[in-house]
Every structure is written in structure tokens, then in C-alpha cells.
Ligand binder design. Structure first.
Ligand code: FES
Ligand code: FES
Length: 152
């Protein structure tokens, strides 16, 4: 039995200590917004925030989490998230959608760190997330739009 700090709430879970966070989220808690892609840290689909920084949830086990702050796509809020979601809709970014939770999580962390990112900043922050549909140009455009229209 353990407890995790997810989206601002203490959540009780009963899992093996070596279970990766991704499995805890999806299989134990039914939080399926975070996606399983490769399970070995190379596709980026499982990106969440750990202490407000992007982190691959397939790469950390229950026993290493303790009370660290976890944010998932279900709990993504704030001015940056709002601006990004609006831009995503405006520019019709999504294709199949599979990678898009991860794209939004990474983009939100980027805008918090760099309110007006350059193309190089975007590439550095986002290039680890594989999009099989090739939405990269629209993701980039949406991040720029969100940066311009983000509420103060
Ligand atoms: S599922 Fe975690 S990086 Fe691919
Ligand atoms: S939108 Fe299909 S994998 Fe990215």
C-alpha cells in the first residue's frame, strides 16, 4: 500500500514497489490520458510532469516516487495549458491523437520555462516525443500561437 501525489490529491494505491508509474496510472487508477508507446523510454508517449518538469512515466517506479508531485494530462491547468489547448484546437493539430497528451505536457512545461520559445527551444523540448502522424509542424505552430496569446 502506498500513496501518490497526483494532480494535487493524495491517491492511495496498492501495487508492487517496482511497478512503473505509467502502469499505476493506466492500469490501477484508470487514468488513460497518459499513453503507453514503447515502455522503454524512447517514444515519449508516456510524458507526465514530475515536480513540474516533463518526465517519462514508464521510467520511474512506485518506490522512487514518494511524495513527489505528479501532474498528468487530466490535471493540466493554468494559463499556459489554456492557451495551448486553444491553439491546438485552432490549428487542428491532432491527427490520430496518440502522442498528443505527451505533446501538450511537454509544451506546457516549455512555455512555463520559456514564455516565448524559439524553434530551437521547441525542438530541444519536444523532439523526444515521436508522432507517427507527423504533426510536428502544427505542434510547433501551436506552441508559437499559444506563446503569443497566453493570458497574462
Ligand atoms: S512509453 Fe515511455 S517513453 Fe515510450
Ligand atoms: S497525432 Fe498520431 S501519433 Fe501523433
Amino acid at each position: 500500500m502506498g500513496s501518490l501525489n497526483i494532480n494535487g490529491q493524495a491517491v492511495a494505491v496498492q501495487v508492487e514497489p517496482d511497478m512503473p508509474l505509467l502502469w499505476v496510472l493506466r492500469c490501477e487508477l484508470g487514468m488513460t490520458g497518459t499513453k503507453f508507446g514503447c515502455g522503454v523510454g524512447i517514444c515519449g508517449a508516456c510524458t507526465v510532469h514530475l515536480n513540474d518538469k516533463p518526465f517519462l512515466s514508464c521510467q520511474i517506479s512506485m518506490s522512487d516516487l514518494n511524495t513527489q508531485k505528479i501532474t498528468t494530462i487530466e490535471g493540466l491547468q493554468g494559463a499556459e495549458a489554456q492557451a495551448l489547448k486553444a491553439a491546438w484546437i485552432d490549428l487542428d493539430v491532432v491527427q490520430c491523437g496518440y502522442c498528443q497528451s505527451a505533446q501538450l505536457m511537454a509544451a506546457c512545461a516549455l512555455l512555463k520555462e520559456k514564455p516565448h520559445p524559439t524553434d530551437a527551444d521547441i525542438d530541444a523540448a519536444m523532439s523526444h516525443i515521436v508522432c507517427r502522424c507527423g504533426t510536428y509542424p502544427r505542434v510547433r505552430a501551436a506552441i508559437h500561437q499559444a506563446a503569443k496569446r497566453r493570458p497574462a
